[in-house]
Design a binder for this molecule. Structure first.
Ligand code: ADP
Length: 282
């Protein structure tokens, strides 16, 4: 294992859990950058695997669309069991295992561990169904409001690579499902990271979701609201996360493609949608 003293992370990488995401390529790229001295935190999702396991367990996933058009998982107690199993279990450990095989001192954490991610428990959710708004109770979700940056810094300074996933801890001490993209944004802001890379199974933000050649190569913070209109539910969360990270002091957010051979490096080289507070020409 290559441990050594290091400053805290200048980069946060979030890798999604959608079909097509190449975790091996992401881990290889993270490993080669780490060996060159780059310090980072890796945040991961796991939506696809969670859906598969939920089906296998006989508790199919349920998604709700809020009146403002945001789609999210309805996380009742059964869904939370599956969520914990997949995110904190197999997925996190398989990423840690990969990175350790590549010689990296990876430490897997969920937002619950050491209360790295904290937020308010939202117990009900408004859902638009057949044009009508319904209120669903028993939801275990929330939004990250606080990050235990001290614990992440402690690990980084001791030479470890934190591999972090939802859920977060509510202030009452229960597990809450939080969006991984927005969690990564909160982590990047709390650590004072310069860059946040959000990798998914698309080249970046597309003008037309069905046309991979319609990539929007750059965007400013002021342009995010307008771009939100062309983004589908799940891409909206990434744009929201990007805006939160930039407002929190992160210099640049790149929405990149996790199907590339070296996805983190490609995104940092500008392949994807590069989002900054203002454009270079301004
Ligand atoms: P992950 O699980 O990898 O974080 P998500 O599935 O949550 O990723 O979000 C990526 C998905 O967002 C894409 O697979 C795509 O179907 C969807 N999407 C909706 N609108 C857009 C858009 N305008 N540009 C790119 N992707 C979009």
């Amino acid at each position: 294992m290559t441990r050594g003293r290091a400053p805290t992370a200048s980069l946060v990488v979030k890798v999604g859990g959608s079909a097509g995401v190449d975790l091996d390529a992401v881990c290889r790229d993270v490993a080669s950058r780490w060996r060159e001295g780059e310090r980072l935190v890796l945040v991961h999702g796991g939506s696809d695997r969670t859906n598969q396991v939920a089906e296998l367990m006989g508790t199919p996933p349920r998604f709700v669309t809020s009146p403002s058009g945001h789609t999210s998982r309805y996380t009742d107690s059964d869904a939370m069991e599956v969520f914990l199993m997949v995110y904190c279990g197999a997925l996190n450990k398989r990423i840690v295992e990969r990175l350790q095989r590549l010689g990296l001192p990876a430490v897997g954490l969920s937002g619950l561990d050491g209360r790295v991610l904290e937020g308010t428990h939202k117990r009900s959710v408004r859902s638009v169904e057949n044009g009508k708004v319904r209120v669903l109770h028993g939801d275990h979700t929330g939004t990250v409001e606080r990050v235990n940056a001290e614990l992440l810094e402690l690990l980084l300074e001791a030479g470890y690579l934190p591999v972090l996933s939802p859920p977060a801890a509510s202030y009452e001490g229960s597990a809450i499902n939080v969006d991984g993209d927005r969690a990564a944004a909160a982590v990047a802001a709390a650590l004072g990271a310069e860059r946040l890379v959000i990798l998914s199974n698309v080249p970046g933000l597309l003008a037309d979701v069905d046309d991979e050649t319609s990539l929007i190569p750059s965007l400013t913070l002021a342009g995010i609201d307008a771009a939100m209109a062309s983004a589908g539910g799940r891409m909206k969360k990434k744009l929201l996360g990007a805006a939160e990270a930039l407002r929190g002091g992160v210099e640049q957010v790149v929405l990149g493609d996790a199907r590339e051979p070296a996805p983190v490096s490609a995104a940092l080289a500008g392949r994807g949608t590069v989002i900054a507070v203002s454009s270079r020409e301004e």
